[in-house]
Structures are given as C-alpha cells and as structure tokens.
Design a binder for this molecule. Structure first.
Ligand SMILES: NC(=O)C1=CN([C@@H]2O[C@H](COP(=O)(O)OP(=O)(O)OC[C@H]3O[C@@H](n4cnc5c(N)ncnc54)[C@H](O)[C@@H]3O)[C@@H](O)[C@H]2O)C=CC1
Ligand SMILES: CC(=O)C(=O)O
Ligand SMILES: [K+]
Ligand SMILES: [Mn+2]
Length: 351
C-alpha cells in the first residue's frame, strides 16, 4: 500500500469550505485505486491564526510542513482581519519561496458542459508556466519619507537560472503537446528585466529547433487569450505576468472557481504545493456555493505529480462527466450547491 502524507492548509474564506470537499474526493480516489492511501494532517495557518498568535504560522511551521510528501492548500487572505501583503507573504509566498517551488503550472482548458465567458471559445487547451519564486514578487525595496513626499521603491528580481528553468520547462511541456511556446514579455516598457528575459528566451528557443516559439507583449497577449485562445499551447511568463494570465485563462474557462495549479519544487528538497488559482472569495463565503472543482482538479494535479497519473486522468474525466451533465455551481450559471457537485463526483468515481 502506497501512502501519501499530505499537509492540508485550508486557509481562509472559501478555502475552508472547498478543502473538505477535495479531501472527500481524494479518500474516494484512494478507495477506488485500492493500492493508495492518504494520511492528511490539517494545519490551521490562516488570518484567524494570525489574530490569535501574531503570525500566519508558528516558528517551526515550515519544518513541520517539510516532513510531508505534498502541501495541499485552499486560499489565503482575509483583508478584514489582516492586510493581504502580510497574510500572503506570511504563508502562501513564504511556502513558495522557502520550499523553492520555482515553477507554477496552471492549465486552462474548457471542460465539457461549461460555458466559457467567450461567445465562441473554440477548443482551447493552454498551460501557463509561471516563474514562481522571483520576478515582480520580491520583497526588495522600501518606503521613505512621509506624507506627500513619500516614495516606494520595488525591485524586480530576474535571475538567469530561474528564468532559464521556467523556459526549459515550457519547452519540455510543449514537446509533449502541440509544440508551441509563447513568451509573455514587455520589453518595450520594462527597460532591463524584459530585454534580459527576451534574450534568454531566444537562447532557449534556438536549443529547441523543433518547437515553435513566439514572444508577445503582455498587454497584447492578455487580449490574445480572449480573441485566439485556441492558437496557444504553452505560455511562459514571469511571476506577475503568469499570475494575471492564469486568471484570464480561468475566466475563459468559465470561472476562476475551476482553475487548478501546482507549485513545483524541482530539486526534491522540499514538498510541492497544490492549490487552486483562486483566492478566498470573501464575497461568497458561507453561502455553500463555492465551486469545488478548482480544488478537486488541483487534487488531480497532486495525484499526477505524486506518480499517480492514471487515476489522476480518471478523476479529471469524472469531473468533466459531471460538468457535462450540468452539475454546476452558480459561478458557472448552475443551480447546484458546492456539496452536490462534490457528491456527484464521488458517486461517479465509485461506478
Ligand atoms: N493563492 C491564493 O491563495 C490567493 C489569494 N488571494 C486572496 O484572496 C482574497 C480575495 O481576492 P480576490 O482578488 O477577490 O480573488 P478571488 O479569487 O478570491 O475572487 C475573485 C472572484 O472569483 C470568485 N471566486 C473565487 N473562487 C471561487 C470559487 N471557488 N467558486 C466560485 N467563485 C469563486 C469570487 O467570488 C470573486 O468574485 C484576497 O485576500 C487575496 O489576497 C487572491 C488570489 C490568490
Ligand atoms: C497571489 C496570487 O494571486 C496568485 O498566486 O495567484
Ligand atoms: K489558492
Ligand atoms: Mn492570482
């Protein structure tokens, strides 16, 4: 019997609602699999934890999480309790950076039965490869002076190593898919970092003559996601550009409530972390209508990256069969509650 030890961090808002749903699904997956079991340990790290303890996690929090095969996270952030930059840097971004989860994989493809927000979406299947450890998400800089003289300086960080790594992963992925890599740039406006990014992209492209490559400025590329999503395959972007594009990708899928993501540690020193693309959705919290599919599709990615590709594919097929038959939450225009969608997935997993 293979055991996967999973640290679950529901976090804030709808994170606390959808996490139990995805765990119910994973327990069922294990039962159907027969040779797999999960050991979950829940960690209460969140904005509520911060209000009690003055930090998003205890001193030994990272040590404890490092003992697990993977971290499974819901969402972080409740600005009514803790400013977002404190809560995200104290938990989500802390884990991504300290566990060297330098790559964030974010698929965007249409599931059967789900209406895209586009009138004619055609059949798109995109993977955003987001550099996940540096770029615009850096804590380097500071603030100086007061009142109207106040100045904020924010330094972006682009290393050749991490940039190359993200691009190499994008090309590898494209070689197993449609064979196209699109780079998100902004070298017409960002004077140093983006020409650097483009040069490295050029260099990596030349090493992969069989893969088509193109660069698009982030503004035009964001529009292209809306107008020509079916022409994209793998899209590689910096931390901020990848973040934005993956929300656009989620919107054209129908709702950010379905979008999954994997924060990958590639050197094997620390666990990877799996979390949906969306945040804590304070506007719908407590209503029982959060879409559980983002977290459940994320569970599929957790299975895939823990060596269980077959059952992972089966889970995605079941999710798609359920959406195809109209079991959808209100964000997708459906009338079903969160638990009803999960129940249907679990029922069909057993069939
Ligand atoms: N990775 C993470 O944990 C992230 C955390 N956040 C945090 O979440 C909080 C809210 O941020 P927002 O910018 O509003 O982004 P958000 O993703 O939480 O919500 C944006 C919109 O999508 C909807 N939505 C999100 N998840 C949904 C789901 N599962 N089912 C149905 N609808 C869903 C929300 O109702 C809202 O209308 C903030 O504190 C923010 O910092 C935001 C993005 C990512
Ligand atoms: C923070 C955030 O929005 C993200 O990582 O997607
Ligand atoms: K999340
Ligand atoms: Mn985001």
């Amino acid at each position: 019997m293979k055991t996967l030890n999973i640290a679950s961090i529901p976090g804030d808002g709808v994170g606390k609602e959808i996490m139990p749903e995805a765990i119910r699904v994973l327990e069922k997956v294990a039962q159907v699999h027969g040779g797999l079991q999960f050991k979950f340990e829940e960690f209460p790290y969140s904005c509520d934890y911060y209000l009690k303890h003055g930090a998003m996690m205890p001193e030994d929090g990272m040590d404890r999480l490092s003992q697990f095969d993977s971290v499974f996270l819901g969402a972080v952030g409740d600005a009514s309790k803790v400013p977002d930059h404190i809560s995200l840097w104290g938990l989500l971004l802390k884990i991504r950076q300290e566990f060297q989860q330098e790559i964030n994989i974010r698929p965007a493809k249409l599931l059967k039965g789900i209406n895209s927000k586009l009138a004619d979406p055609k059949d798109f299947d995109i993977v955003v490869v987001r550099e996940n450890s540096e770029g615009e998400y850096s804590s380097i800089g500071g603030r100086i002076f007061h009142d109207d003289n106040e100045i904020a300086i924010q330094n972006n960080v682009f290393s050749k190593r991490a940039t190359k790594q993200a691009m190499n992963i994008a090309f590898d992925l494209a070689s197993k898919r449609k064979g196209l890599v699109t780079s998100a740039t902004k070298s017409n406006g960002i004077f140093h970092a983006m020409p650097f990014w483009d040069e490295i992209f050029e260099e990596i492209s030349e090493k992969h003559p069989n893969i088509k490559s193109e660069s698009k400025h982030i503004d035009a590329l964001a529009a292209y996601f809306i107008t020509h999503p079916h022409e994209l395959d793998v899209v590689v972007g910096s931390n901020l550009f990848g973040d934005i594009l993956s929300d656009v990708g989620a919107a054209i899928m129908g709702s950010i409530g379905v979008a999954p993501s994997a924060n990958l540690n590639l050197n094997g020193k620390y666990p990877s972390m799996f979390e949906p693309v969306h945040g804590s959705a304070p506007d719908i919290v407590g209503k029982g209508i959060a879409n559980p599919i983002g977290q459940i599709w994320t569970a599929k990615m957790l299975l895939e990256f823990n060596g269980e590709a077959n059952i992972a594919e089966h889970l995605l097929k079941v999710i798609e069969a359920v959406t195809a038959d109209g079991y959808q939450t209100p964000d997708l225009g459906g009338k079903y509650k969160m638990t009803e969608v999960t129940d249907e997935i679990i029922k069909r997993l057993g069939q």
